[in-house]
Every structure is written in C-alpha cells, then in structure tokens.
Design a protein around this ligand. Structure first.
Ligand SMILES: [Zn+2]
Length: 240
C-alpha cells in the first residue's frame, strides 16, 4: 500500500480551519507543522497559541472551541485539548469529536492535577497512562491543540527489493516486527474526515457570532509571556 497523502503536507480540514481563524483573528499564531514524527508531522494537528491563564486570551480560546463544536457536523475533527479553571484549580480537558478518541459527544471532559495524581498513585497498571495524562494536561495551558489523528492508521515502512512499501501495524503483532520501522515523514494515513473542506464559511460565521467583530491578536503574550503568567498564577496559589 501507499500512504494516502504526500510527506509533510497539511490535511485539507486543518487548512480550512486555519483559513477561518485567520479571517476573524488576523495575526493569530496557529501552527501546524513540527518535524518531530508526531501527529503534527502527519499534517493532522493544529496548535493555536492562546494563554489559558490570561483573561482575554482564554475568552477567545473558549469562543474558538465553542465555534469548532458548533461546526463539528461539518468539520468532524477528532479531538481538542485545552485548560479550564474552576476557581483557583486548573482543569485539563479534552473534547472527543470522533473515534478513536470516543463517540462524538463534543463536550469538555476534564480532570484536575490532584485527580490525575491520585489516579496515577492508586493504579500501578495505568501508571504510565496517567503520568502521561498529567504531562499532557500541563502542556496544554498555553495552546489549544486540535487534531484529526487516528493512531490505528499509523504507518510502518520497509524496503522490499529496492521498493519502499508501507503497512498499518497489525493490532495483534507484539512485539513489533523489527523489519518494519515507523515512518517519520508520513507518520499516519489521513482519516477520511481530514479530507473535509467547504466549512470555513460556517466556522467564520460561528466565530463572528461570538466575537461580533474581528479581533487583532497582535500583542498577545505568546509562549514566553504565558510561561511568566502561569508562574505568577502558581505563586498566587492556582493549582496546576
Ligand atoms: Zn499540538
């Protein structure tokens, strides 16, 4: 089999979302490419730089997430990650939009660091998963992450008589057959929803309904500024 897209390309659905965001938020930092063999390298993920602890940026982030939920029937994204605050307590949430993340409930499901730490310490079996969940939560205080990635479509590759061939890893193959390597350029096939287009107008409308006007995001705090604001919040007693 061949991958269903070229290496280092952004999927059409993410391109569509970026287009809509840029119309309503000129200068918004929405990046989609990292050459690290991740779902970003696969062209299936978008990071939107907004600082969750900053009042104005959090307001905008909530509008973007709510607008993305509004158009989910058209856009069919797989998953969104970001951070909410319950008073002084951070709640790391995900919104499942499609399989394999879960049924498309499109609602925020969140956990605090205290809940995640208790979970990690109470279950040896899931220790790795729960430690990862805590790291993942804390990593999404300074940006929204959205993706279409499906880990069942991850691609392995090898040379076969001078020809590069691909396969999905068989579910029951354990340990992984050493002849096959993970493809770091392609990473994964695009699921069919990643090919969706034509919804940027609906997304722009959903965003403008909330904002009422276009918002210039120049001067937003960025990653360094967000780090400082998160540190100051922790010093004030916010529980991350
Ligand atoms: Zn990301």
């Amino acid at each position: 089999m061949e991958p269903n897209h070229r290496a280092r390309q952004i999927c059409p659905a993410i391109t569509e979302i970026k287009l809509a965001l840029r119309q309503v938020y000129p200068n918004i930092l929405a990046d989609d490419f990292r050459d690290d063999g991740s779902r970003h390298t696969a062209g299936l993920a978008l990071d939107i730089l907004l600082c969750s602890i900053n009042e104005e940026e959090k307001r905008i982030a909530d509008n973007i997430i709510d607008a993305l939920i509004d158009v989910h029937a058209l856009a069919r994204w797989g998953n969104i990650l970001f951070t909410d605050y319950d008073g002084n307590v951070a709640r790391y949430f995900s919104v499942n939009g499609n399989m394999p993340y879960g049924p498309p409930y499109c609602q925020r499901r969140s956990r605090t660091s205290t809940e995640l730490i208790a979970l990690r310490d109470s279950s040896a079996r899931d220790r790795e998963t729960t430690s990862k969940a805590l790291k993942l939560g804390r990593a999404h205080r300074n940006h929204i992450h959205l993706d279409y990635y499906d880990w069942n479509l991850r691609l392995q590759t090898r040379m076969d008589n001078g020809v590069r061939v691909y396969r999905y890893k068989p579910r029951n193959e354990n340990p992984i057959n050493p002849e096959w390597e993970w493809d770091q350029k392609i990473v994964a096939d695009w699921p069919r929803h990643a090919f969706l287009t034509g919804f940027s107008g609906a997304l722009v409308a959903a965003l403008r309904r909330r904002e009422g006007r276009d918002v210039n995001t120049q001067g937003f705090v960025g990653l360094g500024g967000c780090r400082k604001q998160l540190r100051a919040a922790a010093a004030r007693g916010v529980v991350f």
